[in-house]
Design a protein around this ligand. Structure first.
Ligand code: AR6
Length: 206
């Protein structure tokens, strides 16, 4: 996993003339935090975090990709879970995925009246519950997809602030001491850029 640390990249990432350099190392957590841009279904980590919906029965985007790669046994286990509340998460096995477990987190729909005024707390709940499940199941590495930033419409910059702040607080509370690697796995350049821009605010170089 060291190979995918963003801190070791030597080229800048570029999109529409907007160049964002990979962040420089943070002395405290550099060995724990990674930002990558990759298909999350290819990662051989202990847990990948899926951007699911309340039914937990699959859908499009990363959810569809994870269900396709994991095979039908994942659907069968999801059927037994009785869905999941927005802002929370449930865990299953990874089946045919290289990841051991899948944590299915249900992010808020950004523009929905149901999550109006609550979307920050709901997205925070997804990251926090996922980290709690990770420690509860003694998992050492976790890769988050950019929850809610696809069809659920959460702006990438805002979403990355919520994710980074929640992870930083969890680590500062000493709750993530046994987690060795936390990966923010992006798919679109816009999300990767948001992390490159905002990581120094939460994990500043010392
Ligand atoms: N690997 C990593 N990230 C990916 C991949 C992939 N293979 N594919 C897409 N992404 P979305 P949401 C990124 O729309 O906004 C589903 O139908 C994508 O670029 O998958 O939380 C569910 O069933 C984006 O940054 O999830 C729900 O109904 C991020 O994953 C609904 O979509 C999340 O985009 C959830 O919407």
């Amino acid at each position: 996993l060291n190979k995918i640390s963003p801190f070791k990249e030597d080229s800048d990432s570029e999109e529409e003339g907007h160049v964002v350099s990979p962040p420089v190392p943070n002395a405290t957590y550099n060995d724990k935090i990674s930002v990558i841009r990759q298909d999350i279904t290819t990662l051989a980590v202990d847990a990948i975090v899926n951007a699911a919906n309340n039914s937990l029965l699959g859908g499009g985007g990363v959810d569809g990709a994870i269900h396709r790669a994991a095979g039908p046994d994942l659907y069968d286990e999801c059927e037994t879970l009785d869905g999941c509340a927005t802002g929370s998460a449930k865990i299953t096995d990874g089946y045919e995925l290289p990841a051991k477990k899948v944590i299915h987190a249900v992010g808020p729909i950004y523009w929905s009246t149901k999550s109006k005024g609550k979307h920050t707390e709901l997205l925070r709940g997804c990251y926090r519950t996922s980290l709690e499940l990770c420690t509860e199941h003694k998992l050492k590495s976790i890769a988050f997809s950019a929850l809610s930033t696809g069809v659920y419409g959460y702006p990438s910059g805002e979403a990355s602030h919520v994710a980074l702040d929640t992870v930083r607080k969890f680590l500062d509370e000493g709750k993530g001491d046994d987690i060795e690697r936390i990966i923010f796995c992006n798919f679109m350049p816009k999300d990767e850029h948001a992390y490159f821009e905002n990581i120094p605010k939460y994990f500043p170089p010392v």
